[in-house]
Structures are given as C-alpha cells and as structure tokens.
Ligand binder design. Sequence first.
Ligand code: FAD
Length: 356
Amino acid sequence: MQNSLNIIIIGAGLIGLSSADLLVMAGHRVTIIESNCGPVYGSSYSNSGMLHPSQSWPWLINEERGDAGTSFRLVHQLALRSSIVMKKVSARINLSNQKIKTGCFKIYKDFETAQNAMSSYKINNINSIQVMHELDTLGYHALYFKEDKWGNARKYGLNLEASLQKRGVNFIYNSGPLKLKEKNMKVYLDLNNHIIEPDHVIITAGVSSSDILKQLDLELPIKPVRGYAINYDKPVMSLPKSPIMDSTSHSAMTVFDNHLRLSGTYDETSETALFERWSKLAPRIIHALKPAKEIWSGLRPMSLSGKPYICQTQVPGLWVNTGHGHMGWTLCSGSAELITEMITEGKVDTRFQIDT
Ligand SMILES: Cc1cc2nc3c(=O)[nH]c(=O)nc-3n(C[C@H](O)[C@H](O)[C@H](O)COP(=O)(O)OP(=O)(O)OC[C@H]3O[C@@H](n4cnc5c(N)ncnc54)[C@H](O)[C@@H]3O)c2cc1C
C-alpha cells in the first residue's frame, strides 16, 4: 500500500463522514473539522430518508453548464454504485438500531398520469410497477420503485461517526473561523491561528463550500435549495410501510421506527405548504397526529449542472465533494468511494468536475 496520507475533511455531514470512512479503510489518517457542535446537523439532519436512484433527474439545471439527460445518466450510475457501497459499509459498521429497508412509492393524481410516468421512467432504464393500495399508497395510483431503499440518514451518520471515533479519526467540533491558504501551489489551513499542513483537504461543507473556496478565489456554483421537515410521534394506527413521494410537490411522508416525518418542498418560505399538501393527501393520518415534535429546515447544496462536484480544484491537494442537491443521502457512499479512488489511486475521472 502507498504511504499513509494526512487528510483533512471540512464538514461532518453524510458526505464528509462517508468520505472519511473509506479513506480510513484505505489506510489514511483523517481529521474532520466541523463548525457545529456535532455531526449531521446540516442538510443531512432530517431528510426524507430515501435512497432513491429512481429520482436522479436534476431538479435544477443551467443549460450553459450541462444538459439534463447527461446529468441524469451520471447521477443514476453513481446512485446505483452508491447502493452497492452502502450495503458493504452498513454491514461493517454497527447499524443494529437502524436498518436500510426496501422500496419507495410515488403517487399520481390518476391512473393515466401514473402510466405515462412509468413509461418515462422505463425509457431511462428505471423499473417501476404501477400499484394502488388503500394504506401504502393512500388509495392513490402510484409507482413502486423496488430498487430504491430508505433509512434514517441521521442515525446512519451518527453510527458512522461513532465507528470513525473508534478507529482513531480526529474530530474537531465547534471549530470556529477557518482560513484556507495556499503557498507554492499547496493548500494549508489556519484554524484559530494554528497552522495545519495536511497532504490533502476535502471540502464537504454543503452549501457553505462555495464561501470556503472563495477564500482562494475559486468559484463553486451552488444554489442552496431549502426544504422542511415536520416530525411527529408515530400515531398508533396502520401506516404506510415505505416512504411515499408526492409527484407534484417534491415532498414525502416517511414513517420511521419512532416517528412520522413530512419533508421536502422546493423554495418555500415556511413549512405551511408542506403541512397543507399532506393534509389533503393523507387526511386520515394527519388528523391522528399529535402536535409536531420538531419543525426543521435545511438547505440542499444543489449544483447548477445537476451533478455533484467530486474533483480536485485548481489548487493541488484541495478537493471538493459536494453539490449533491436532493440526492446527497442516495449518493454519499458512491461519492466517497470515487473521491477515495481519485486521491489514493490517482484515478482520473473528469465527469464530476466543477462547471464554471
Ligand atoms: C428536506 C430535505 C429532504 C431531503 N431528502 C433526501 C432524500 O430523501 N434522499 C436523498 O438522497 N437526499 C435527500 N436530501 C438531500 C440530502 O440530505 C443532502 O444532499 C445531504 O444531506 C448533503 O450532505 P452534505 O454532507 O453535503 O451536507 P451537510 O449535511 O449540510 O453537511 C455539511 C457540514 O459542513 C459543516 N460546515 C459548513 N461550513 C463549515 C466550515 N466553515 N467549517 C467546518 N464545517 C462547516 C456544516 O455544519 C455541516 O455539518 C434532502 C434534503 C432536505 C433538506
């Protein structure tokens, strides 16, 4: 094996933790710097929980930076790879209190709309079956994606962090102001007047990644796209067994072990639209809920090319792994494997470069 490298990762979300895991497995020394007081407080904190390669189509694309079809194919491929890697990671770390489960539903207003959607998915090599079930699809016509999976992303991240702690990864929480610097084409950090000179730095800071790179005049086009989550105690009644996506509002209902979560939306200014939408879609369930335990909002780090940025920047040794948008949980393991190969094996893959 090559020399053990000293690697700094900035950001302890799903992407940073997953990257750390595979870099440590490859024999490298990793430090994670996180501005928050612990891991998984950013966009990864309360997401919809779906590991959904089926939803790889970009939400947002600037046509000067890429075309939707190419982005879809790349992201879909990476999502399928991610699914395989996550299976191995899950088997290795202790996931006893949190299992990854199979299948997601997407509901449509009528049979014909669901049928047309199924044909479009099929053209893109995504298999689904059309179903309608009183409980699991709330009585709506729906597509079932049996290759999709789901699970609690925050619990997964916490398990990963605990496993990394045991394996000697150094975590610096509440890190305070961090300055990225460059000398003789080499990156180094100034953290609270303490100079750190690693072999490599990976920015996995979600929507803040652009600001960090700006310190070195590097451009990283990311649009923060807000989403909400409303968490409830799980009501005592029969509930859908898999997450249900709403085809018209970028939102979902997910029933986890102990709670029910409504989550998603695109650029809304409050959680009200989310609540109102699901009150219409699932009145029987919404009526049975006690007041919300927690209302949260997070910013998805959305690239403008519809695909994540997983690459080295113009500064040697400075890398990015971010911009995963609505797909970060789905893509975290595959993105981690890709960046590990690039850094440790010198693998060249230009498909996820920054489009400026
Ligand atoms: C409502 C909602 C629902 C979603 N549902 C799904 C879903 O079902 N499936 C799916 O695949 N994806 C989903 N996503 C998207 C997914 O959650 C994100 O893409 C993913 O969490 C991004 O992870 P990340 O590690 O890049 O960013 P983050 O989780 O935001 O982590 C970045 C970390 O960097 C830290 N940081 C920032 N600046 C600094 C700094 N200067 N110094 C040190 N640390 C710093 C932050 O504190 C944070 O902890 C959803 C997102 C939202 C908001």
